[in-house]
Design a protein around this ligand. Structure first.
Ligand code: ZN
Length: 91
């Protein structure tokens, strides 16, 4: 298979025209990112610029053992609580 030019890996494929919601979209030679809507004849681009950092980072999830121990502590099951610092393993 030969291509006239190398494929653009950053070209996104829109499902619908952002102006008329038409689905008859074709790549356009206007730019590397351009699409032409066959229904409203508009030529537009779709670009992905990256992902922004989250405003707040969620706390790391506790391990299953830590979550179990916290739940036992919360519900007053002191008899089955393990020693603090015990990291599991029944050997
Ligand atoms: Zn359109």
């Amino acid at each position: 298979m030969s291509l006239r030019r190398a494929p653009n890996p950053n070209r996104n494929f829109p499902t619908y025209c952002p102006y008329c919601a038409g689905e008859e979209l074709y790549p356009n030679e206007e730019t590397e990112f351009a699409w032409k809507c066959g229904e409203c004849l508009r030529v537009f681009e779709v670009k992905f610029h990256g992902q922004d950092d989250a405003g707040t980072t969620p706390a790391p999830a506790p391990s299953t053992e830590d979550a179990l121990q916290a739940s036992l502590r919360k519900h007053g099951h002191d008899a089955v609580l393990r020693e603090v610092g015990h990291t599991g393993g029944n050997a």
